[in-house]
Design a protein around this ligand. Structure first.
Ligand code: FAD
Length: 421
């Protein structure tokens, strides 16, 4: 009798379109460029993915962590995945005569590691992201994905006002959402998804946009079941051409008592430490100030009741009037938070960026970096990552220490976090 032909099985990596919030983290993280997207979905190219898992921990929703055993020749193509509204059901594999399903499963698992790896270059040795993919050891346990695209929660707008100067181009709003009697537990550093009403050019419902919390875990107003967001109205695309941001304009135009559809919460790593005397270095631009506001306010509310560590803030904007929450920020006591403002277009002043101020304040930054109770948070424009890392490295190297050793420790111990968009 002829022996059955072997079936090449692939454990195919897929992204769940119903949970994915299109935040681009996976595409940025993938070391072999296997992840791409169109206006509808984020997808994984089965011919490129080597199963290295680098994209899995940073995904804020877990939508990235989906796998299907398929016959390799019948793997779902990128084009097929672009059209999905939901993941396909698991297919039963055509068993080669004489093979047990256990044998095929085992083959499938090993194919990812062996056949996939053989065809692809090995993943790079350098970490795919400059920040940690684990939370600080003492962070509180976050809830994620309690509400999804299929089961959103309705929140009511109880406040919406501008927090940048009315005469500036930068229209940033502080928006307060109330959840009434419904459960919506959050932590500082987490984000939520907003489902804007209406449909896109293809007639499909708009996908969710993500917004960082600007309020601490016990509410914008302590003890109330509400939270706040810091939303910038998008009127130009990244290249400066006129554009009408779907969700940011929707949010900035909301009135009191309007309702919004919310999903989430998201994020399980960009979380603040929960132990006494933990220090925070916070580095942000624009709406990247939202999680810093949440963490600062959490620390402020703990004053007197807990042993709060040092807070150091580097905050960049073009001018003071474009700096969200400028007034309330400047009223915080200087022995509570060390505030450093980097203004790049303030008339009569030299241009300064956050990385310039980090270098200027090298000594206190170095002291904090040498304390294992210090966590660093960077949030704002994508372009700031490299500049901030270079500045931190310079501070450390100047004092005769090895940046690569410290950088590895900061990542491993969940003490260096980036959220840029
Ligand atoms: P879209 O309709 O999606 O885009 C319109 C056009 O503008 C497109 O060409 C697009 O490329 C471009 N564009 C999109 N975003 C920007 C931008 N920021 N600047 C310039 N051009 C842009 N935003 C906040 O305002 N506050 C937050 O706290 C916040 N937190 C975020 C946290 C995370 C983890 C992530 C991934 C994003 C966050 N964002 C935040 C960005 C937010 O999710 C939206 O991308 C942003 O509001 C634009 O959405 P939109 O629907 O208005 O624009």
């Amino acid at each position: 009798m002829n022996a059955p032909l072997p079936v090449e099985v692939l454990k195919q990596h897929l992204i769940d379109p119903e949970i994915c919030i299109r935040c681009n983290t996976c595409e940025e993280t993938c070391p072999v460029d296997a992840i791409t997207h169109d206006a509808n979905n984020y997808v994984v190219d089965p011919d490129v993915c080597n199963g290295c898992m680098a994209c899995v921990p940073p995904c804020p929703t877990g939508s990235i962590d989906n796998w299907r055993l398929v016959v390799r020749a019948e793997a779902y193509t990128v084009q097929e995945q672009f059209g999905w509204e939901e993941l396909p059901q698991e297919k039963s594999l055509p068993l080669a005569a004489g093979a047990s399903s256990a044998a095929v499963d085992a083959a499938g698992a090993s194919q990812v590691a062996s056949a996939g790896m053989a065809a692809m270059p090995a993943p790079p040795v350098t970490p795919p992201t400059p920040g940690a993919t684990v939370p600080p050891w003492s962070a509180a346990h976050p809830y994620v994905n309690l509400y999804t695209h299929k089961t959103p929660i309705t929140a009511t707008v109880v406040g919406n006002y501008r927090v940048t100067g009315a005469d500036t181009e930068s229209d940033i709003h502080h928006i307060v959402l109330d959840f009434g009697e419904q459960l919506f537990p959050v932590l500082e550093g987490q984000s939520i998804g907003i489902l804007p009403p209406g449909t896109d050019a293809q007639g499909r419902p708009h996908h969710a946009r993500q917004y960082s919390l600007a309020s601490p875990r016990d509410g914008e107003r302590a003890g109330y079941n509400n939270l706040s967001l810091t939303v910038k109205r998008v009127t130009q695309d990244h290249g400066g051409a006129a554009a009408h941001g779907v969700c940011s304009n929707y949010l900035c135009d909301l009135a009191r008592n309007d309702t919004v559809q919310v999903i989430g919460p998201f994020g399980h790593t960009f979380l603040m430490p929960n132990h006494p005397r933990a220090n925070l270095i916070m580095i942000c631009t624009g709406t990247g100030s939202a999680p810093m506001r949440a963490m600062t306010e959490r620390s402020r509310r703990l004053l007197g009741a807990a042993d709060v560590g040092k807070l150091m803030l580097f905050f960049g904007a073009r001018t003071e009037r474009e700096l969200p929450y400028f007034g309330p920020l400047m009223k915080l006591p200087r022995d509570f938070i060390d505030i450093n403002l980097a203004l790049s277009r303030e008339p009569g002043q030299p241009k300064r960026y956050v990385q310039d101020l980090i270098r200027e304040r090298a000594e206190p930054v170095r002291q904090l970096l040498s304390d294992r109770n210090t966590c660093i948070y960077v949030c704002g424009l994508k372009g700031m990552e490299v500049g901030v890392l270079d500045a931190l490295r310079d501070v450390v190297v100047q004092s005769g220490e090895d940046w690569s050793i410290l950088h590895d420790a900061l990542r491993r111990e969940g003490r260096l976090h980036f959220e840029t968009y």
